[in-house]
Design a protein around this ligand. Structure first.
Ligand code: CUA
Length: 646
C-alpha cells in the first residue's frame, strides 16, 4: 500500500510541463466554449467548498469566473461577518467562539430528487457544524453544531425532498466524551450519524436523532433516490478500529463496509417514542433576514438511537479497500463504493440488497448489525485501469464519471455494463468532481468540474503556496474535452452546481428599508442619535451617498464601548457603503442597501479620530467621512452630535 501511495509522487511529477492543449484549432475551439463575452452571463452556478478557508465560493460555468466568497464558518473582514455584533453569534459553539473551520461538501436542496435552488448546505469538518445558506441572499442563515461527532466528514448530504440534512462522524469517539485510555477504543468508541430535519417552509434545522453506530470511521455518504428513497448509504473505513498508525493498521481488512440505513424506519421508530434522550450541549445559531441579526440557543439534549433496537433498519455491505466516495446513481438502483486502495469500483445493487435482506442471507454480524454477503449485493465491478478512485458523479445519459487521485484522471464509464468509455488526465491529483445536479435524479450533463489537489506548474508561481486548480471538461459528447483551468480558493473538497435560471429570478437585489426590523435601525435621518448607557455609547447612524448622519460626535470617553449601529438608506441594487474606524479591533463593515450592521469600538486614547466609507460609492465617496472626539475617562463633556440630514 505504501508503494501505491508512492505512485502519487511519480504520477504527480511526470506531468506535462507546457500547455497541454495549445495545439492551434483545437485550443481555439475550447476557448470559444468557455468564452462568455463582456456583458453576457454564465449558464451555470458552481458552489465550491472552501476547505480550510471555512467558506463557500461561487463561480460561473463555463467561464470559471469567481463571483463571491460566502462567509460560513470563518470570520470575514471583507463584509464584517463574524466581527459585526449581528453575526458574531453565528460562530458560537459549545467550545466558545470558533471563528474558522474546514468546510467540505456543499449540497443544494431538492424536491422530488431534483434541485430546487432554495438553499445550499455545507459542513464544518473540524468543529462539527452544518450550515444552511440562502440561495436568495447568498448569505449564511443558520449553523447548527453536531454533538457526539468529531471530524464531521460524511456530511452534509440531503435526502430527496430535503427532509433531512445528514451528518456522519469521521472519528469515532467516546460518547459521552470522557477521560479514558485511547487503546481501549475498540468496542467502546461510537460513530454517530446525525439526521437533522429541515423545515419545508423556512428551512430551519433541528437535530431529530443520532444513530449510535459502531466505532468505525464514516467517510462519505449519499441518500437513496427514486426507488431507494428512504435509505442512506455511508462508506466506512477503519473497521479494524485501530487507534494508531492508521495508514497501516486501518488497511488490514480486505473489505470495509458501506452502511445502509433505512432512515424512514428509524424516523418511524422515533416518532413512536423510540430512542433515548441523552444530555448534550450544542449551539444552534440562526440569522434573521429582517432583524439582520443572529441569535444563539444552546441545546441541552439529543435523541440517540441504538441501531440494534430497530430491526431491519441497518445493514453492512462489504466493500473492498477502505472506500471513500459513496455515490448513488440517478435511478437509485446502484450504490458505488470507491475503494481508495483498489483499482476497481464496486457497484452494489439496491434490488439485490433488498432481496438478500428478505432472504436473511447474512454473512455474520458486527456489533449486532447484519452483514450481507458481498456476492449477493454486488451488481458489478468497473475494471477501471486507474488507481485510487475517490468519487463518482453522473450525467443524464446513463454515464458515470469517477476521479482517480493516484493516476490523476477522470474515467467515464457506462452504468449497467460497467465498461470504460473514455479517460482524460487531470492536472494533478484530482479529489472530487462535480456535474451540476450530478448527485440528484436530474443531472445536467454538459460539464464536469474536476477539483485538483496539486497545482504545480499550471499557473505562474506565487511562492511556495499556490491556490488549488479546477478543470472544466465538456461532457456533452462521447469523449470528454478539457476546456479550462481555473484557480479555486482554499481547498475545494466538493461542489454543487445548478443552471443559472434556477437561481437568478429569486436573487435578492436589496433589503427593503420598510421591512427592516433591526432593534437598532435608524430608519429616518431624523432618528439618528447618540445615547449613553453607563460606559456604553450607542450611535444610531444612517448612511446614504455621500454622508454619514451623524458625522461629528463628541462626548465619548476613554473606557467607553462605542457601538456604531449603521443603517444603509440606499434602495438601489449594488450600492453598499462601508464603515471603518481607525484603530478598531474588529473589522470594517460592508452594509447592503436597507441593512443595519453594528460594530463595537473601544477607543484607547484621547483625540479626534476619523471614520470613513470603505466602498467607492459615488463621485464624492472620498468625502464620506466623519470624526469622533474622545476625551479622557474623567472628563465631563456631554454627548453631542451633528445632524447634517439628507
Ligand atoms: Cu459610501 Cu463610499
Amino acid at each position: 500500500m505504501l508503494a501505491l501511495l508512492g505512485l502519487v509522487m511519480v504520477f504527480a511529477s511526470c506531468g506535462d510541463q507546457g500547455k497541454s492543449s495549445s495545439n492551434g484549432a483545437l485550443s481555439s475551439s475550447a476557448a470559444e466554449k468557455v468564452y462568455v463575452a463582456p456583458g453576457e452571463q454564465d449558464d451555470y452556478y458552481a458552489f465550491l467548498s472552501g476547505g480550510y478557508s471555512g467558506n463557500l465560493t461561487v463561480y460561473g460555468l463555463p467561464s470559471g469566473r469567481m463571483f463571491k466568497e460566502i462567509p460560513v464558518f470563518s470570520q470575514f473582514p471583507t463584509s464584517g461577518y463574524g466581527y459585526s455584533e449581528e453575526t458574531k453569534p453565528m460562530l458560537n459553539t459549545s467550545f466558545g467562539f470558533v471563528p474558522w473551520d474546514d468546510s467540505h461538501h456543499p449540497d443544494i436542496s431538492q424536491t422530488n430528487g431534483e434541485l430546487d435552488g432554495r438553499w445550499i448546505f455545507i459542513n464544518g469538518n473540524n468543529t462539527p457544524r452544518i450550515a444552511r445558506i440562502s440561495l436568495s441572499t447568498f448569505e449564511t442563515e443558520e449553523i447548527i453544531e453536531v454533538p457526539n461527532s468529531a471530524g464531521n466528514h460524511s456530511s452534509s448530504f440531503i435526502t430527496e425532498n430535503t427532509e433531512y440534512v445528514v451528518a456522519g462522524t469521521r472519528f469515532a469517539v467516546p460518547v459521552p466524551q470522557r477521560d479514558m485510555p485511547i487503546n481501549e477504543y475498540k468496542g467502546n468508541f461510537k460513530g454517530a450519524l446525525s439526521f437533522i430535519s429541515v423545515d419545508p417552509e423556512d428551512g430551519r434545522l433541528d437535530l431529530k436523532f443520532q444513530l449510535m453506530m459502531p466505532g468505525f470511521n464514516y467517510d462519505l455518504s449519499h441518500p437513496g433516490r427514486g426507488k431507494s428513497h428512504g435509505w442512506f448509504f455511508f462508506t466506512t473505513y477503519n473497521t479494524e478500529e485501530a487507534n494508531s498508525l492508521l495508514e497501516v493498521n486501518a488497511s488490514q481488512n480486505d473489505k470495509d463496509f458501506i452502511a445502509a440505513i433505512n432512515w424512514k424506519k428509524i424516523e418511524e421508530y422515533v416518532n413512536n417514542g423510540g430512542g433515548t434522550k441523552m444530555p448534550a450541549n450544542y449551539a444552534h445559531n440562526v440569522y434573521d433576514e429582517h432583524t439582520h441579526a443572529a441569535t444563539t440557543t444552546m441545546k441541552k439534549e439529543v435523541l440517540t438511537v441504538d441501531p440494534t433496537k430497530v430491526p431491519g433498519a441497518v445493514y453492512f455491505l462489504p466493500t473492498p479497500k477502505s472506500p471513500h466516495g459513496c455515490d448513488v446513481d440517478p435511478t437509485g438502483q446502484y450504490i458505488i463504493g470507491n475503494g481508495k486502495l483498489s483499482a476497481d469500483l464496486t457497484v452494489h445493487s439496491f434490488d439485490k440488497m433488498l432481496a438478500a435482506i428478505e432472504g436473511e442471507k447474512f454473512d455474520g454480524e458486527a456489533y449486532g448489525i447484519p452483514i450481507l454477503k458481498f456476492e449477493d449485493v454486488l451488481a458489478g465491478q468497473v475494471k477501471s485501469g486507474g488507481l485510487g478512485p475517490l468519487h463518482t458523479e453522473f450525467d443524464d445519459k446513463g454515464n458515470a464519471y469517477t476521479t482517480f487521485f493516484i493516476s490523476s484522471e477522470v474515467v467515464k464509464w457506462k452504468v449497467g455494463t460497467w465498461e470504460v468509455i473514455d479517460r482524460k488526465p487531470t492536472y494533478y491529483s484530482v479529489g472530487h468532481l462535480m456535474i451540476p445536479g450530478g448527485n440528484s435524479r436530474k443531472p445536467f450533463g454538459k460539464y464536469v468540474v474536476a477539483m485538483n489537489k496539486i497545482t504545480k506548474d499550471r499557473y505562474l508561481p506565487t511562492g511556495p503556496e499556490m491556490e488549488h486548480s479546477a478543470q472544466l471538461y465538456d461532457i456533452s459528447g462521447e469523449k470528454m474535452e478539457l476546456l479550462l483551468d481555473f484557480p479555486t480558493h482554499g481547498e475545494p473538497h466538493y461542489a454543487a452546481g445548478c443552471p443559472a435560471e434556477l437561481l437568478t429570478p429569486n436573487s435578492k437585489k436589496i433589503y427593503r428599508l420598510d421591512e427592516n426590523k433591526h432593534e437598532y435601525a435608524t430608519l429616518s435621518t431624523g432618528d439618528a442619535r447618540v445615547e449613553r448607557k453607563g460606559n456604553e455609547v450607542h450611535v444610531y447612524m444612517s448612511m446614504i451617498r455621500s454622508h454619514f448622519t451623524p458625522d461629528n460626535i463628541e462626548g465619548v470617553k476613554v473606557g467607553d464601548k462605542v457601538y456604531f449601529h449603521i443603517t444603509n438608506h440606499e434602495q438601489d441594487f449594488d450600492v453598499p457603503h462601508g464603515f471603518a474606524m481607525i484603530g478598531q479591533n474588529t473589522s470594517e463593515l460592508l452594509i447592503m442597501p436597507g441593512q443595519t450592521k453594528s460594530s463595537v469600538w473601544e477607543p484607547k486614547e484621547p483625540g479626534v479620530w476619523p471614520f470613513y466609507c470603505t466602498d467607492f460609492c459615488s463621485a464624492l465617496h472620498q468625502e464620506m467621512q466623519g470624526y469622533v472626539r474622545v476625551s479622557p475617562a474623567n472628563s465631563n463633556i456631554d454627548l453631542s452630535w451633528s445632524l447634517g440630514g439628507d
